[in-house]
Design a protein around this ligand. Structure first.
Ligand SMILES: [Fe+2]
Length: 173
């Protein structure tokens, strides 16, 4: 499915005659990628799920949500299709974590602390470029917090926990 997304977005790029900066993309995701690899090597499934199924999926969903209103017609159609799939991927992780909530809670808190600040850093790195497209940083932050907060609520965290966790590290940027 992600491969279909890749093909779709490559077509969007060709349609706009833009060249993707793959080096930047690799660098952009490298810290989250590295944390995922370390967690995987240690067998920390909960941390892996938080990074991939919650953070990456919410990051993608919020970026697509804010992109859709300013996208060209072609890209809008592609992105609307992709965002539906990403909600489903988010749900896979949520369901597993919900079913294993008590056993996962402490590791989720810890993984959240270690990885959420990277999200704010990443959003700042692309803020200027996003602004050129008419995507405001504040809107991206807000949408991410909504998606991520909803996911944490669905998993079983209390409102108080969700507020604290979903804003972790935000004040520092
Ligand atoms: Fe996905």
């Amino acid at each position: 499915m992600e491969n279909r997304h890749k093909k779709g977005f490559e077509a969007c790029g060709r349609n706009l005659s833009v060249t993707p900066d793959l080096e930047f993309a690799r660098e952009f995701f490298s810290e989250l990628h590295n944390n995922f690899q370390v967690a995987a090597a240690e067998g920390k499934i909960v941390t892996c799920l938080l990074i991939q199924s919650l953070i990456i999926e919410c990051f993608a969903i919020s970026a697509y949500n804010i992109y859709i209103p300013v996208a060209d017609d072609f890209a809008r159609k592609i992105t609307e299709g992709v965002v539906k799939d990403e909600y489903m991927h988010l749900n896979y992780g949520e369901e597993w974590l919900k079913a294993n909530f008590e056993a996962s809670k402490a590791e989720l808190e810890e993984a959240n602390k270690a990885n959420l600040p990277l999200v704010w850093k990443m959003l700042n790195q692309v803020a200027d470029d996003a602004n050129v497209l008419g995507m405001e940083r504040e809107a991206l932050v807000e949408d991410f917090m909504i998606q991520y907060g909803e996911a944490l609520t669905n998993i079983g965290f209390t409102t108080r926990d969700v507020m604290r966790m979903s804003a972790h590290g935000l004040a520092a940027v």
